[in-house]
Design a protein around this ligand. Structure first.
Ligand code: ATP
Length: 199
């Protein structure tokens, strides 16, 4: 089982690209969605969060999102603290999921692969990139945010060029170059490389 990561900045189109791989029958682990589930289900992680941020972090066993978001997003140290708890739990969960897949390769889609030091658990990483103005426009539309709010979220992420330089392959989602042919070509390349390794 070859473990593939898909990453990119906010609004680059990671999820859109991951959906195309799913159409090609490649299973995808969506790290953001799974991390939220783990925060509600992993008793060990819940205890760590309660110890650090207090009993108010959960209401009747369910994550108190508004409370925790206020605690965490306003304060860099708290962001690091929560990330240091949630990222390792998500990496373990993703690895366990990967190990149950039966396809030639499987994908983990995550905004923070390098930031979470998850790259060493993956065999290759695909970056998705798009021009800044397009990313801003997409996120403003999708999440009903102002330009300032989108920029504030972007500023918390690793520089896009730096991130793409760390990736093995880059998909360009600038809305000029078609996305589906790029994904199909990359899928074929990955399959060929895996088959070559097996022969
Ligand atoms: P985030 O990190 O915020 O989750 P993302 O990188 O996963 O973002 P997507 O959710 O895939 O990005 O895309 C952001 C928005 O832009 C979505 O509403 C998506 O439908 C739209 N979008 C992405 N790529 C394209 C494209 N090539 N053409 C038109 N719309 C697109």
């Amino acid at each position: 089982m070859i473990k593939v990561g898909i990453t990119g900045g906010i609004g680059s189109g990671k999820t859109t690209v991951a959906h195309i791989f799913e159409v090609l029958n490649i299973p995808v682990y969506y790290a953001d969605i799974e991390a939220k589930k783990i925060m509600n289900q992993d008793e060990n992680l819940k205890q760590q969060i309660i110890l650090q941020f207090g009993e108010q972090s959960y209401i009747n066993g369910k994550l108190n999102k508004p409370y925790l978001a206020a605690e965490v997003f306003s304060n860099k140290k708290n962001t690091e603290l929560i990330n240091n708890m949630v990222h390792p739990a998500t990496i373990t969960n993703a690895n366990n999921w990967m190990n149950t897949q039966t396809t030639l390769y499987a994908i983990k889609e995550a905004a923070l692969i390098f930031e979470a030091k998850a790259e060493k658990h993956l065999d290759l990483i695909i970056g998705v990139t798009a021009p800044l103005n397009l990313r801003i426009k997409r996120v403003m539309l999708r999440d009903k945010l102002s330009e300032q709010e989108v920029l504030a979220r972007m500023q918390k992420q690793m520089n896009e060029t730096e991130k793409m330089n760390l990736c093995d392959f880059v998909i360009n989602n600038d809305e000029n170059e078609l996305l589906i042919p790029q994904v199909v070509a990359l899928h074929q390349k990955i399959i060929q490389n895996i088959e070559r390794l097996h022969n």
